[in-house]
Design a protein around this ligand. Structure first.
Ligand code: SAM
Length: 235
């Protein structure tokens, strides 16, 4: 029976694609791509020629049924996004959900995604974390930030370089100057950098430069023991 394959692609370094991802892209009947122009570059690099179809946030509802019918007719379909794992802050969730509902096998390949290396590299606990993705740009942003106030798990956010300092300022206003965080920039690329410190230290560091590239912010969760100790000492 044909399947839907979710195929992660590199987040920067082209060496990060897996052998299985390459094989699935070679063997499938059709590749759904968030931006076909981007994916053509990768496929050329891998010497893969396959029919491509756009699948992005503006057409995903419209072409959903068509894709499901193609798989039901026996076509193996692979979904890729511009970078990393589809459905992680990228289109894909809807298709996965509806394929499952239609009784179609979905196979997600392990592979590149930005938040895992950023989390591990932060040095904060990796056993319990919450992935926020992008904060809402306007409506709902402060509600989302406030929801992090009592969060004891490590918090992971995606942010644009243009809003990094603003986001760190907002996190500081919500979680306090001394909360520790880690900013990973350009993971797997030539200018890869991870900067760790308190939110205030990170604001000072990134305010002094023009921030470029792709960013993951990891924030240490609320330390309940320390909070309890400081409250007891104050009393
Ligand atoms: N699907 C992707 C994944 O699995 O991580 C995420 C796609 S989302 C549209 C793009 C965001 O992911 C960027 O704005 C940045 O926050 C993060 N990101 C992607 N590549 C990155 C990299 N090389 N270094 C740091 N962050 C990255």
């Amino acid at each position: 029976m044909a399947k839907l394959y979710i195929v992660p692609t590199p987040i920067g370094n082209l060496e990060d694609i897996t052998l299985r991802a390459i094989r699935i892209l070679k063997e499938c009947d059709l590749i759904l791509a968030e931006d076909t122009r981007n994916s053509i570059h990768l496929l050329k690099h891998l010497q893969i020629e396959k029919p491509l179809k756009s699948y992005h946030q503006h057409n995903e509802h419209k072409i959903l049924q068509e894709i499901i019918e193609l798989i039901q007719q026996g076509k193996n379909i692979a979904l890729v996004s511009d970078a990393g794992t589809p459905a992680i802050s990228d289109p894909g969730f809807l298709l996965v959900r509806e394929c499952i509902a239609a009784g179609i096998d979905v196979e997600t390949l392990p592979g590149p995604t930005a938040f895992v290396p950023a989390l591990v590299n932060s040095g904060f606990p990796c056993d319990n974390f919450v992935f926020i993705g992008f904060l809402p740009v306007k409506k709902g942003r402060s509600t989302k930030l406030k929801s992090l106030l009592e969060e004891t798990k490590t918090i992971i956010l995606y942010e644009s370089p243009y809003r990094l300092v603003k986001a760190l300022e907002e996190l500081k206003a919500t979680l306090g100057d001394e909360r520790r965080a880690s900013v990973s920039r350009e993971l797997s690329k030539f200018f890869e950098e991870t900067k760790r410190g308190t939110l205030q230290e990170l604001i000072t560091y990134f305010s002094l430069k023009t921030v470029k590239g792709e960013i993951v912010i990891v924030v240490e969760g609320l330390n309940r023991k320390q909070k309890h100790e400081s409250e007891t000492t104050e009393a």
